[in-house]
Design a protein around this ligand. Sequence first.
Ligand code: PMP
Length: 407
Amino acid sequence: SAATCKCYECFGGVDCSQVINTCVIDLDHGDPTMFEDFWFRNGGNSITVILGYQRMSYFAQSKHVWFMESELDQQIRALHQVVGNAVTEGRHIVVGTGSTQLFQAVLYALSSPDQPKPTNIVSAAPFYSSYPSVTDYLRSALFKWAGDAAKFDPAAESAPYIEMVTSPNNPDGKIQHAIVNGTGHVVHDLAYYWPHFTPITEAADHDVMLFTLSKSTGHAGTRIGWAILKDEKVAKKMIKFLELQTIGVSHDSQVRATQILKAVVQGYASTASHELADHRSYNRQSSLQQLDTNKLFHFGSSVMQYRWKRLRSALNTSSELSILDFEPSYCTFFEKEVDHAPAFAWIRCKKVLDCQDLLKKNRIITRSGRHFGVGREYVRLSMLERNQKFEMMVDRLARIDSSRTPD
Ligand code: PMP
C-alpha cells in the first residue's frame, strides 16, 4: 500500500512511479545517487558480508597505518593504476572518514603548535563551501580561514599558509593550479579527478592529494576517503589526528569500500585498451543494458556527457541563465578527446541579482554563490541526482522567466 511505500522526493503513488510536478527539487548537496543504477546492475560483485566475530578489533593487520585495512590500501593503488589519475608508487596512503576528515587531518599535520599565529588557510574563489566552515568551527589556535587565495599576500603576513587547490573545482568544474606566490604548503583536493567528470590528462603527483569514494564510486554514505602523501612525517601526523579524533576509521566501512573498489577494478581487468576507447553514448532512449555494464567510468561518463548536452541545449536560448563553456581535452583513460562534465552546474543569473531566490521561486533548491566566496548572481546545483529528478530539473530551468510569476 501507499503507506508502506517510501518514495523518493517528487514521486508518489503505490509503486512510486507517479511524478509530483509541484514538488520542490533539492539540488543543494552533491549527493551522488546517479551511481545507484550502475550498482543496481552490479549487485552480485559488490556484496559485502561481515560476520559477527569479524573486524571487531580497533586494529587492522597493517604494517603502516595501524587502523587501515591493507586490502583497502591495495585496491586504492590498483584503482589509480587502472585510471592513471594519480601516482601511488612509493607514496603513503592514509584512509579517513570521508575526505572531510582528511582535510582536517591535513590542516593539523601541516600547521605547527609552536607557531605564534594560526596558519592561514586559503583557496581561490569560488572555493568549496565546506573549507571555511570546517576550518573555523572549533576556532582552532592552529589554523584559521583566510579566504580567497587570489587576494592573499604571503609577504604581508607573519604566519604561514596552506593553499587548497580543488581540481576540477567545486563549484565551477575548472581545472586549477596553486596561485599563491609563496612557499607555503599546497593541498590538492582531487575529489573530482575521475574520468566521468573530466578528461584525465596526467597521473597527478603532488605532495598531498585527497580523494573520496563519494565522488568516484558514488558511495558517499560509506564515508571513506584517502590521502596520497609523499612525506612520511605528514602521514604520521595525520594518523595521529585520526587517532585523537576517532581512534581510526570504521573497519566495516573499509571492508565495504574494498569490495566496491575491487568490483570497479575487476570491471576493467580483462579489457584491452582499444575496447576502452570504444565508448558508446547513452541517451534518453537507449537502455543501460547496452552499455558495458561492469565498467564504472564508462557508465559514469556516458550519463554525465548526456546530462551536460541536455543542460546546454536547454539553456542555449535562455535569456535568464548562463553556464560556462569548456574546451575538450585528450583523455588518457578513454584515449580520445573528451568534454568536461562537472559534478555541479555553476549557473549565473543574467537578469536578477539573487539567483538562488529566482530558482527557489521555481521550486529548485540550490546553493548561493556567496557560500563559495562570490556573488549572489551565481548558484551551484548538483548534476549527480537520479535520472528523473535531473530531467525534471532541466525542464524547469528551461522554462524560467523572471518577469513571470512561476506556476
Ligand atoms: N572535497 C570536495 C571538493 C568535495 O566536493 C567534497 C564533497 N562534496 C569533499 C571533499 C568531501 O567528500 P567526503 O567527505 O564525502 O569524502
